[in-house]
Design a protein around this ligand. Structure first.
Ligand code: ZN
Length: 240
């Protein structure tokens, strides 16, 4: 099996379509979605349609949760709150129900999927460093876990201690545990504007990070046309 693990799409249809095309070209047999399908971008409905059509495992991100309820947005930044209010208005009741019913984590045959951290998944803590990764590793029974949420691709390896590595490709070593952040499809924040996702080849036990160019200008123009904050469009070009 060749898994394509992708998430943090954030309503960016141009980025999602580029990633789905790349997965097909790369021979991915099993797509897996790490959540945050919506929020920030101008195409929440179309992105969710795509993800539902894939009929693949999907787990819940914090933006999916917020888009599916009517709770106050006061803990969001101003631009995120404006985008979330708008996103709630775009989605159909059925789509919001779909998002509401997603699970926080998903156990696959030999690995785990969670949006933010295995340490209290519904609290949406960030795994930015080895200390925060250690907290998640405490709850990781399998060798391998995939996460998103920070929008910064990297992996953490636990052997005697926990270390952090950036990667383009690596092989799983026996006796080590791995927490792999696959980056973001629709709003990368590591200074590289290209969409990010990972391929896990179960047979060779190799994980490859893919960076996929997409039509940023169109995604930006749609954000402006929708009346969403301009800074949400600007940040896409710098991957920040
Ligand atoms: Zn996100």
């Amino acid at each position: 099996m060749r898994y394509g693990i992708f998430g943090d799409i954030h309503g960016n249809l141009e980025a999602l379509e580029a990633v789905l095309f790349d997965m097909q070209e790369q021979g991915v047999t099993h797509p897996l979605c790490l959540g945050d399908v919506v929020g920030y971008g101008a195409d929440p409905v179309a992105c969710l349609d795509w993800v539902q059509q894939l009929n693949c495992p999907v787990i819940k991100g914090n933006h999916d949760e917020e888009a599916s309820n009517d709770k106050s947005l006061e803990h969001f930044s101003e631009r995120a709150a404006v985008a979330m209010k708008w996103t709630r208005e775009q989605l159909s009741p059925e789509q919001r129900k779909f998002l509401r019913e997603l699970r926080y984590r998903r156990q696959m045959d030999s690995f785990i999927l969670v949006h933010a951290s295995l340490d209290s998944p519904g609290q949406w803590g960030y795994v930015n460093n080895a200390l925060e990764a250690s907290a998640s590793f405490n709850y990781q029974t399998d060798q391998l876990c995939f996460i998103g949420h920070t929008h910064v691709p990297k992996f953490f390896i636990r052997n005697a201690e926990v270390k952090e590595e950036v990667f383009s490709q690596f092989s799983l070593e026996p006796k080590c545990k791995y927490l792999v952040n696959v980056g973001s499809v629709g709003q990368p924040r590591d200074g590289d504007w290209r969409a990010s996702y990972a391929i896990y080849d179960e047979e060779s036990r190799v994980i490859v990070l893919r960076r996929v160019p997409y039509d940023v200008a169109t995604a930006q123009a749609k954000i402006i046309t929708a009346g969403l904050p301009k800074s949400l469009a600007d940040r896409l070009a710098g991957g920040l």
